[in-house]
Design a protein around this ligand. Structure first.
Ligand code: NI
Length: 227
């Protein structure tokens, strides 16, 4: 299941990100690639030790923690500190790969199981050609190119790639989430239930059925969550 989170970043935060990235010390994207993905990865990435990366990570983390849609869709247990990449010129694509199942943050040493992958688009889609994130899941192939500030969440088990950028610059943040509910289908069911309860409450207020359904949601989450 692909979930789009519109306007994760406000226009002010987005501008702040772009200002920080304007003088970023970009390095070869191979610094975090696994053996297979190193064969197909051709982009640039912000070194995790750079001060720019620290600043940007905090901006993204704050936005995630405030976003109800993200919290409901991902049910995050741990979030790998966001990374940042740049596709342009000769470093313009990332071929088909599946992300590593477990990532270890080199700074904290913490391991994160990559139940979900996330990309936050930082460049205006009209400012570059190509650069679609193409994701293949059980429902087929999806080409994703969102407005700046929007995020897409997709199962970490999906085969995916970034198409070559043939004009302009594509800046993005990417990271992984370990969810309290490991199974995609359980997470999906909880998310759909949460959204339906929200709709019912909007129409009816806190009616008795709405309260009862909310209880069912929490009891399912209690049964399935690993915290
Ligand atoms: Ni990937």
């Amino acid at each position: 299941m692909l979930i789009e989170i519109p306007e994760l970043l406000s226009s002010e935060t987005l501008q702040h990100c772009r200002d920080v990235l304007a003088d970023a010390p970009w390095a070869d994207g191979l610094i975090t690639a696994g053996t297979q993905s190193a064969q197909v990865k051709n982009n640039r990435q912000l070194p995790e030790q750079s001060k720019q990366c620290q600043v940007l990570r905090n901006l993204i983390a704050d936005a995630l923690n405030r976003n109800a849609l993200f919290l409901s869709a991902a049910l995050p247990k741990r979030i790998f500190p966001p990374l940042f990449n740049c596709y342009e010129g000769d470093h313009n694509a990332f071929g088909n790969h599946i992300d590593n199942a477990v990532r270890q943050c080199p700074i904290s040493g913490q391991r994160v199981r990559t139940d979900l992958s996330a990309t936050v688009f930082l460049s205006d889609p009209d400012s570059y050609d190509g650069g679609e994130l193409v994701i293949e899941d059980t429902y087929g192939r999806h080409a994703v190119k969102l407005a700046a500030g929007d995020m897409v969440l997709y199962p970490g088990s999906s085969l995916h790639r970034v198409e070559p950028v043939t004009r302009g610059t594509r800046l993005a943040s990417f990271f992984w989430i370990e969810s309290m509910t490991r199974e995609t289908e359980r997470r999906r069911l909880l998310f759909e239930m949460d959204m339906a309860i929200l709709q019912i409450r909007t129409i009816q207020g806190d009616s008795e059925p709405a309260v009862n359904l909310t209880g069912c949601y929490h009891n399912l989450l209690r049964m399935w969550a690993e915290v």
